[in-house]
Design a binder for this molecule. Structure first.
Ligand SMILES: Cc1cc2nc3c(=O)[nH]c(=O)nc-3n(C[C@H](O)[C@H](O)[C@H](O)COP(=O)(O)O)c2cc1C
Length: 240
């Protein structure tokens, strides 16, 4: 689904705390099209964070030509937790370190994250930085994962998808790395043509919604995404 970019968000790239002393939110977008629904939702999330007083570091992995392939330079050396990784990877680590909260927006691919995002996780959340120290450097940070899924909300695959993403991203990654809070906001119905499998395994593509129904569909989709961001921000106030 394509959306025209409509939201302008004040951004900073690779900064630490802003000069005015506001807190930094790192918004990570993993999508290859600037006009994707994922990109639109990332901009909406950034606008919400800006309204809440955060300075935004907007990391568009594709626009920044992030290379997801693991390299020798970025491979952990077990026993050397002070290893210097590739300069670009170290720069990404500094951006993660500078952020108080992180919001990651991605399309769900095969019940997981797209390869670009997986590559960012593999090399940036590296040994000695994200894990492997008794005092984790990322301790206390908070992260929200917004995953857009083509499956419809009523599809029986959705609860399992939520569990899988939470197991991978919250338990396997964020809590393992010392994050204080990690939550997965799953956003089904990202496609305007509902898809399902029939009893024989054939992909059935339903009719595209259009007109007012389409407008209402994506308004509700956007509201759900913004609700995840608002709940995430409200939880910070409760925990403070
Ligand atoms: C390689 C690939 C794998 C996908 N796997 C899933 C999946 O496992 N579950 C699902 O609900 N949708 C899946 N989808 C659909 C995408 O989640 C959906 O097209 C996307 O969220 C739409 O948002 P976008 O316009 O920002 O790309 C997949 C799409 C692609 C291209």
């Amino acid at each position: 689904m394509s959306q025209s970019p409509t939201t302008t968000v004040p951004t900073t790239t690779g900064s630490n705390q802003s000069e005015s002393g506001t807190r930094t939110a790192l918004v990570v977008l993993a999508h290859h099209r600037a006009d994707s629904l994922s990109a639109h939702i990332a901009r909406r999330a950034a606008a919400r964070l800006t309204a809440a007083g955060y300075t935004i570091d907007f990391l568009d992995l594709h626009a920044e030509n992030f290379d997801p392939r693991m390299t020798v330079a970025d491979q952990p050396e077990w026993g050397n937790r002070d290893k210097q990784y590739a300069p670009g990877t170290e720069a990404h680590m500094r951006r993660l370190l500078a952020a108080e909260v992180v919001v990651v927006v991605f399309p769900v691919y095969w019940q997981s994250v797209p390869a670009t995002l997986k590559g960012w996780i593999d090399s940036v959340w590296n040994y000695g930085f994200a894990y492997g120290r008794s005092k984790p450097r990322l301790a206390g940070k908070r992260i929200l994962w917004l995953g857009l899924a083509g499956a419809t909300a009523g599809d029986e695959i959705i609860p399992g998808m939520q569990q899988l993403l939470e197991a991978q991203l919250s338990e396997g990654l964020a809590y393992y790395s010392g994050f204080a809070d990690s939550r997965v906001g799953l956003l089904p119905d990202a496609e305007d043509q509902p898809q399902s499998l029939d009893a024989e395994g054939n992909l059935v593509i339903g009719e595209a919604i259009s007109g007012d129904a389409r407008t209402a569909h994506y308004a509700a989709f956007e509201a759900t995404a913004e609700g995840f961001v608002d709940d995430f921000l409200a939880a910070e106030l409760v925990n403070a």
